[in-house]
Design a protein. Structure first.
Length: 139
């Protein structure tokens, strides 16, 4: 039976498995998705289907309305202010993400651009890849 399949599958997960900043459970879950992406790409490639993964690390919107009221990132919740209220400025500096780019977090538009590329015909020869969107953050 020839179903004449073709298509694109783009999986979105997190990048913590790539950079080593995760709990064991988080690392295992994300690593499993990355492995699944690579194996599935090999299995379905013969049918003209590409499988890739976008793995953003730290994505924040500039628009406070983008966050639900229950989100720890919503400005009214003061989650980080409360969670780190007794942390010294020098310890906070150590916790801050740093990469080769000036801003520490991706924007949703950065992630969606990668997904759009991988879903397009321009990525027809790209499969089994993990695209880490992290601004050059090194482990």
């Amino acid at each position: 039976m020839d179903l004449n399949l073709a298509g694109k599958l783009v999986v979105v997960t997190g990048a913590t498995a790539n950079i080593g900043r995760a709990t064991a459970l988080d690392f295992a879950a994300k690593g499993a998705v990355h492995g699944f992406t690579r194996v599935l790409a090999k299995e379905v490639g013969q049918h003209g289907i590409t499988v890739n993964c976008v793995a953003p690390c730290g994505t924040l919107s500039d628009d406070p309305a983008a966050y639900s009221r229950g989100s720890r990132f919503h400005p009214d919740n003061h989650f980080y202010r409360k969670a780190f209220k007794d942390t010294s400025p020098s310890d906070m500096a150590k916790r801050r993400r740093s990469g080769v780019l000036e801003r520490p977090f991706a924007k949703p538009e950065d992630v969606s651009a990668a997904v759009l590329f991988l879903a397009s015909d321009r990525a027809g020869f790209v499969t089994g890849q993990i695209f880490t969107i992290d601004g050059g953050t090194l482990p």
